[in-house]
Each structure stands twice: as structure tokens, then as C-alpha cells.
Design a protein around this ligand. Structure first.
Ligand code: NAD
Length: 300
């Protein structure tokens, strides 16, 4: 196997440490409120990737000592039925976090459903109230994937102040919230996207390059500055010709083997940002439970 010059950022190991560090905090909350923090996850439809995500989220929630409540609804569920369930969970005092697994079936308006969640229970951090708090420096519940990227960057580079971070992708769930988080760390932030001209002229100036596009191996080594830190958020399923017909493997948005010869740090796919997303969901769930019940906790 080809050796890489860059140090590989082990998101799986770091997320395991983070999950372990949450266990005593969860115990403290249980001691004060007399029940485990509880996360309700709603899955509408039979999308196979979503089913795997929901299963993993429930498993990790329970491993951290918290309660997981799953609501699996058929793909024919009406928007009204889904909104009624969200309302019931908002009113249930023993539920601390509500997560609606996206994407939803086409006939349901995702925006309406997300905005129906009580912002105090919005552990995905997608509600407009939480987006506004993040944008104005008063963040509480922050989207999990960008938070996971930030924790990996802090752990890898320490102080991020003054570094130039370039983010490829401007989605509401990754690119935009990540830009806010990085601004709060005093980095200089540039966002590029599908309509940006001469992208590689900008990305080659980045000390930190974060890629959240959804196109397999888009970023090549001539897109990066030597010694940069590369965070690959993308998860793409491609045919695995070595394993045979019908077999797939996961790759990121970065051409890992090529870029790892030039970067100083790089996240792999899988095993980089992915596991951090779930850890940050656990972190948000215990944070929501503590805040709603007036328990003081300290999170890293
Ligand atoms: P999205 O489709 O909402 O946004 C993609 C962004 O990429 C857009 O802003 C678009 O302008 C930009 N883009 C598209 N083509 C481009 C190009 N050729 N050059 C530059 N920019 C381009 O996607 P998203 O929800 O932000 O997800 C992005 C990727 O991250 C996907 O692969 C997704 O599966 C993955 N993801 C991973 C996690 C995780 O836990 N690791 C979480 C969320 C998303």
C-alpha cells in the first residue's frame, strides 16, 4: 500500500474519546434530573442509508447512557401526521432532543418540519433560531457535522487564529454554519461553491481546506497548498471494481492518495468526519437535557 506523507486525522479514535468523555457528564445529569437524557429520532420512509444512520445514532446514544426513542413512519406519512408527532415530542417533558432524519419524502416540506421543532430540543441545530444564534455569536445547539470538523481542527492544529480556512460548499447544514464557527475562532474564512470562478486559485491559498460538495475525489493535489490541513466531509458511494459487480466503497470529495502526498494533515473517508457527526449529536443531546433542566455541565 502506498504510504502517505500527511498525518491522518483519526476521527474514529477521537470520536470514541469524545463519547467516553460524555459518560460522566450524562451520569451527572441523570443524578440531578432522575432520568437519562432522551433523544427522539424520526425516520420517514425506507431509505437504506438513512436507516443505517438512524440505527448508528440510536446505538451510540444508548452506549453513552442516554435513552433513544425511535419513530419509524412509512414513506406515505402525511406532513400533518409528522407535524403532529413533532408537536407531541415538543410537549413531552421527558424528551430532550428531537432529530428528524433527512431527506424527507418529496411531498413533505422539510423546512416546515424543522421549524416546528422546539429550538431548545433541536439537536441538529437546523432551526432558524439556532442558526441565528450561531451567526450572532450566541451559539447553543450547533449543527453536528460542522461542530465535528471544528473539534477535529482544534485537536489537530490547536489555536486556529489568523489561519486562512477555505470551505468548498455553502449548504445550510455544513458550509455556512462551519464558516460561522471558524469566524468565531478568528480564522479568515472564504467560501467557494459551484458558481465560483477559478476555484483552485483560491483553494491553494488555504491553510485549512474543508470540502463539503458531494462529488467523489473532486479535489486533486494541485488544488491545495503544500502543508495544508484537509478536512473531507464528503461521503460518496462508488462501484468497487476490485470487489466485483454490485459492490461499493465509500470515498470522499478529496482524492485521498494524491492529496495526502502534499498535505500535512488529512481526514480519511470513512473514519474522519463521519464518526464525529454522531459524537456531536450525543454532545448536543446531553447539552439540551442539561440546559432544559437547569443542570450546569462543562463540555470540551
Ligand atoms: P449540498 O448538496 O447541500 O451542497 C453541496 C455544495 O457544494 C453546494 O453549496 C454547491 O454549491 C457546492 N458544489 C457543488 N458542485 C461544486 C463544484 N464542482 N465545485 C465547488 N462547489 C460545488 O451537500 P451537503 O449536504 O453540504 O453535503 C456535502 C457532502 O458532505 C455530501 O457528500 C454529503 O454526503 C456529505 N455529508 C457528510 C456528513 C458527515 O457526517 N460526514 C454530513 C453531512 C453531509
Amino acid at each position: 500500500m502506498k504510504t502517505t506523507k500527511a498525518k491522518i486525522i483519526d476521527g474514529k479514535a477521537f470520536s470514541h474519546q469524545l463519547n467516553q468523555s460524555l459518560i460522566p457528564i450524562v451520569k451527572k445529569v441523570i443524578g440531578e434530573i432522575g432520568r437519562p437524557p432522551a433523544l427522539a429520532v424520526i425516520l420517514v420512509g425506507e431509505d437504506s442509508a438513512s436507516q443505517i444512520y438512524v440505527h448508528n445514532k440510536a446505538k451510540r446514544t444508548q452506549e453513552a447512557g442516554m435513552k433513544s426513542v425511535e419513530h419509524r413512519l412509512s414513506s406515505e406519512t402525511s406532513e400533518k401526521t409528522l407535524l403532529d408527532l413533532v408537536t407531541a415530542l415538543n410537549e413531552d417533558n421527558e424528551i430532550d432532543g428531537i432529530l428528524v432524519q433527512l431527506p424527507l419524502p418529496k411531498h413533505i416540506n422539510e423546512h416546515s418540519v424543522i421549524q416546528a421543532i422546539n429550538p431548545e430540543k433541536d439537536v441538529d441545530g437546523f432551526h432558524i433560531v439556532n442558526a441565528g444564534k450561531l451567526a450572532t455569536g450566541r451559539s447553543e445547539l450547533v449543527p453536528c457535522t460542522p461542530l465535528g470538523c471544528l473539534l477535529l481542527l482544534r485537536d489537530t492544529l490547536g489555536d486556529l487564529s489568523g489561519l486562512h480556512a477555505v470551505i468548498i460548499g455553502r449548504s445550510n447544514i455544513v458550509g455556512k454554519p462551519l464558516a460561522q464557527l471558524l469566524l468565531a475562532e478568528n480564522t479568515t474564512v472564504t467560501i467557494v461553491h459551484s458558481k465560483t470562478k477559478n476555484i483552485s486559485e483560491i483553494t491553494t491559498q488555504a491553510d485549512i481546506l474543508i470540502v463539503a460538495v458531494g462529488q467523489s475525489e473532486l479535489v486533486k493535489s494541485d488544488w491545495i497548498k503544500p502543508g495544508a490541513c484537509i478536512i473531507d466531509v464528503g461521503i460518496n458511494r462508488i462501484a468497487d471494481l476490485e470487489k466485483g459487480k454490485g459492490k461499493y466503497r465509500l470515498v470522499g470529495d478529496v482524492d485521498f492518495l494524491e492529496v495526502a502526498q502534499k498535505a500535512q494533515f488529512i481526514t480519511p473517508v470513512p473514519g474522519g468526519v463521519g464518526p464525529m457527526t454522531i459524537s456531536c449529536l450525543l454532545r448536543n443531546t446531553v447539552a439540551a437535557a442539561a440546559k432544559r433542566n437547569g443542570v450546569e455541565i462543562k463540555l470540551k
